[in-house]
Design a protein around this ligand. Structure first.
Ligand SMILES: Nc1ncnc2c1ncn2[C@@H]1O[C@H](COP(=O)(O)OP(=O)(O)OP(=O)(O)O)[C@@H](O)[C@H]1O
Ligand SMILES: [Mg+2]
Length: 316
């Protein structure tokens, strides 16, 4: 279980210059007293605009950074002070920065990791052959990391993060810069690792499709504050953006007077409605007053939902 209580991180940054004088170092709060719990087997999306505090949070969860306030416990361990113990149980991938040795061939990379993690022979062989197969590493198996394409390297990185069979996987933008096919493959894999092996995954991404496809739970951070923690469905429900509906009706459509901006093409009517404003009732009225042959509802794009949250989330 990942338990985060009042977690805070401040960075010291150079102050703005006043004339020729620098105002010295200033404290900048990157993560501001956040709280959450992630249970074993969950796959949680962690989203927020650039500079929101996502990577800083991941660095504190993985023991790379020491918090300035609050606590992190991973199955009761303090990831910074009990780093070695914690590392045995976690895999981490930073999409923006390679964790692999640049000049080492991929096969040698895993051999080295086997020794670092002291993975027993048999376990190593079995694990590696599974990862090699599902991540399709064969075609570049003996190439040095520096020669791999971005998508190939990311598959290699994922295998490296999973080699020692960790229970927790932290992914900081794993699909950044990938083509749609590789993205899809990585998504499938993450879903499989989560379902089949019960690996708990925290996934940071700017690709909201990653979150929609994979995560039932999402946390939104902005200016270091946690703005939302809940299901994707609830996030959508809160959204003031409009859904649009198209209804095919048998016979002459009978529409309530309060319905505005209706488009009609023969027996097909379409209009926008906001679930947020309780306009779902209007839709119910149209359905009850007519003989409906077909209906299709298009939800607002998740980008609209999230944009509202990002824009509203000023620092406290
Ligand atoms: N080493 C550092 N020194 C000073 N400030 C930092 C440092 N690392 C991050 N920051 C600042 O802390 C804030 C949070 O940064 P962080 O990297 O956690 O954001 P992020 O949510 O991961 O953003 P992105 O989506 O761009 O990766 C930003 O304002 C950033 O400028
Ligand atoms: Mg980041």
């Amino acid at each position: 279980m990942i338990e985060v209580e009042n977690l805070r991180k401040d960075y010291l940054v150079k102050g703005a210059k006043e004339g020729i004088f620098s105002r010295g170092k200033q404290k900048k709060r990157a993560v501001s007293d956040i709280n959450f719990t992630i249970h074993p087997g969950e796959l949680v999306g962690y989203i927020g605009p650039n500079g929101a505090g996502k990577s800083t949070t991941i660095k504190m969860l993985t023991g790379i950074l020491l918090p300035d306030g609050g606590t992190v416990r991973i199955d009761g361990l303090d990831p910074f002070h009990q780093r070695k113990q914690n590392c045995r149980n976690m895999g981490v991938l930073f999409g923006q920065r390679s964790q692999l040795w640049w000049h080492l061939r991929l096969d040698d990379t895993y051999r080295l990791l086997k020794h670092l993690y002291e993975i027993p022979d048999q376990q190593y062989k079995a694990r590696l052959s599974t990862l090699r197969e599902i991540l399709e590493l064969d075609e570049f198996w003996q190439q040095p990391v520096r020669q791999l394409s971005l998508g190939q390297r990311m598959r290699g990185e994922l295998a490296a993060a999973l080699l020692h069979n960790p229970s927790y996987l932290y992914l900081d933008e794993p699909t950044v810069g990938m083509d749609v096919l590789v993205k899809e493959r990585i998504r499938e894999l993450l879903g499989e690792i989560n379902r089949r092996d019960g690996v708990t995954i925290l996934l940071t991404t700017h690709d909201l499709e990653d979150v929609e496809r994979l995560c039932s739970r999402v946390m939104v951070i902005n200016h270091g504050n946690l703005l939302y923690d809940g299901t994707m469905a609830e996030l959508r429900r809160r959204c003031p953006a409009d859904s649009s509906v198209t209804i095919d009706i048998d016979g002459e459509p009978s529409l309530p007077d309060s319905l505005r901006n209706v488009k009609r093409e023969g027996n097909r009517v379409s209009f926008n409605f906001s679930r947020h404003m309780g306009e779902g009732e209007l839709l119910a009225k149209v359905i009850s007053q007519n003989h409906v042959r077909d209906i299709s509802i298009t939800e607002p794009p998740i980008e609209d939902v999230v944009r509202d949250l990002y824009e509203g989330g000023e620092a406290k």
